[in-house]
Design a protein around this ligand. Structure first.
Ligand SMILES: Nc1ccn([C@H]2C[C@H](O)[C@@H](COP(=O)(O)O)O2)c(=O)n1
Length: 205
């Protein structure tokens, strides 16, 4: 009997055999030296790792690389309170609306010929793509400050914090409206200032 299990010859029944009786005295005499965690710091542990905000914002920039927008690629990542990514999105045309058929132009005489009426924003896509029941008390990392439409989605989805990188549209009414709504809804928003200007991902290591 190797580990207290007996299996009958037909392999039909796996039965726990009578494990040897152990009395409390035996338990206190057990040698735990092989299970104790060393108290000395582990000198082998890497310390040059990405910190959480850097990791999630870099992830948003990686997601943005899927965008077909010729001018502005936006990526968004939603993170829950346990630091788990529960949604990602980039700016792109709606499902079924081909990137080849719908316009990527801007500043066109006819508004219907520009991208703005059609493209789904990264933040909205991240919320739509969520892999959790809800996004309550989550935070969203976005490469670009959310517009007013995305701000509505963010507020309504229960997200409580917005971390962004670029605020290039800060003077546009859409951005001013976003900040008004975030302030009223007490949504925290702040600009991430990275320590490192670049993060290189070497795929052949
Ligand atoms: N919060 C935002 C704002 C904009 N976008 C997308 C929408 C367009 O594809 C692009 C902006 O184009 P631009 O006016 O810079 O030529 O970014 C978004 O995903 N989220």
């Amino acid at each position: 009997m190797s580990n207290g299990f007996n299996v009958d010859k037909d392999m039909d029944n796996l039965t726990l055999s009578d494990l040897p009786e152990t009395n409390p005295q035996q338990i206190t005499n057990v040698d735990n030296s092989d299970t104790e965690v060393s108290q000395t710091p582990n000198k082998l542990k890497r310390t040059d790792v990405l910190e959480w905000h850097e990791y999630f914002m870099a992830s948003a920039f990686l997601v943005a690389k899927r965008s077909k927008d010729p001018v502005t690629k936006v990526g968004a990542v939603i993170v829950n309170e346990a630091n788990k990514i529960v949604g990602t999105g980039y700016n792109g045309m709606p499902i079924g609306c081909s990137d080849d058929d719908f316009p990527w132009d801007k500043n066109t005489p006819n508004e219907l010929d520009s991208k703005y009426l059609y493209v789904c924003h990264a933040e909205m896509n991240a919320i739509c793509n969520k892999n959790s029941a809800d996004t309550n008390n989550c935070r969203i990392y976005s490469s670009l400050f959310p517009c007013n439409e995305c701000a509505k989605f963010i507020i309504q989805s229960g997200i409580r914090e917005v971390i962004y990188m670029c605020d290039k549209d800060m003077h546009k009414p859409a951005t001013i409206a976003s900040k008004r709504m975030f302030d009223a809804a007490k949504i925290k928003y702040w600009q991430y200032k990275p320590q490192n200007k670049r993060i290189v991902i070497d795929l052949y290591v």
